[in-house]
Ligand binder design. Structure first.
Ligand code: AVJ
Length: 318
């Protein structure tokens, strides 16, 4: 009974940070909610489905680049490092790196303990003998790594162009926090999505099957589920637009008619055409990417890309 109530998403059991971000997001102008709240169970499933879409080139492109460059990364990084992944290990990319580098330990860091424990267990069984030391925490701030890796030089791994979610000044803060967490002699292998044709970018974030639309709209469904809100989800449509001034894809949810609803008993209304900004995905040209790393106090060592130059994987040193 109590379990059922919890699964039904009683407002009193919602994450207070989620509630605060949603209420603040609907009160501010322009309305905006941080992209991190996409990833409830359903949102994570939809993101997995996005990575398999024909239009969504980043995942398969980065995976191919990693397959091609992993040996060289291993040579440049040398023996005996601990690999520290920011975000819990992805199903295919992490084993490519671990297989090539043969690290002395692997430390996946994630804010979500559940995903972390699942992916850590999978990796530990795929790499018998490798110490897997999951760390539950927020990597946006400098973190204390497990004592077992104290004496080892680190190789940070931040794939997926996740850094693209952050506006440039926050990206720089993050890069500096990573450097502080990784310590003396560290290296960082990071994936960044490249600036390219506007149509290719917009299609990657607005696929024909409507999976990205469902992913975006799931945020409203999550708000209804977890905050007992009454948002008429069917009155919203997904929008993905290239903002050339800021070099980023923006995702918005647009009200297609005048709507009124409540969130935790508080009344809100939106006129037809008004939007909620739900995600930024910044793209970086070759020089932009290197300048961003330098601004974050990392020195680029080597960069790999695919034949079409869609995506870049960059190795940098502290
Ligand atoms: C997980 C942030 C890298 O920006 O491409 C995919 C998220 N949003 N489609 C991205 C996303 C819509 C993705 N990142």
């Amino acid at each position: 009974m109590l379990k059922q109530e919890i699964e039904d998403g009683q407002a009193s059991l919602a994450d207070p940070a989620f509630r605060a971000d949603v209420l603040r997001g609907f009160e501010s102008r322009p309305r905006a909610i941080p992209a991190r709240w996409f990833y409830d169970r359903r949102g994570s499933e939809l993101f997995e489905a996005i990575t398999d879409l024909p239009e969504y080139y980043p995942t398969r492109t980065e995976t191919a680049i990693l397959r091609a460059c992993a040996g060289e990364v291993a040579d440049l990084a040398g023996q005996g490092r601990a690999v520290v992944e920011f975000g819990s290990g992805s199903s295919t990319k992490t084993p490519i790196l671990l297989g090539a580098v043969s690290p002395s330990a692997y430390v996946p860091i994630d804010i979500s303990g559940d995903f972390l424990r699942e992916s850590s267990a999978d990796l530990a069984s795929a790499f018998p003998g490798l110490p897997v030391l999951p760390l539950e925490g927020d990597f946006l701030k400098p973190l204390a790594l497990p004592v077992q890796v104290a004496g080892l030089p680190k190789l940070g791994f931040f794939p997926g162009s996740t850094i693209g979610n952050m506006i440039p000044h926050s990206s720089v803060d993050l890069l500096r926090a990573m450097k502080a967490s990784l310590g003396e002699g560290a290296m960082l292998l990071i994936g960044m999505d490249r600036i390219k044709d506007k149509a290719v970018l917009e299609t990657a974030y607005d696929d024909a099957a409507g999976v990205t639309a469902a992913f975006n709209l799931n945020l409203l469904e999550r708000i209804n589920r977890e905050l007992g809100a009454t948002i008429p989800v069917e009155a919203f449509r997904h929008r993905a637009i290239w903002n050339d001034d800021r070099a980023r894809i923006e995702m918005h949810l647009e009200a297609s008619e005048d709507v009124a609803f409540e969130i935790e008993g508080r009344p809100f209304s939106m006129a037809a055409g008004e939007t909620i900004h739900t995600e930024n995905s910044h793209k970086y040209g070759p020089r932009d990417a290197r300048t961003l790393l330098l601004a974050g106090d990392w020195t680029p060592v080597k960069e790999w890309t695919d034949p079409e130059g869609l995506f870049a994987v960059i190795l940098a040193e502290a």
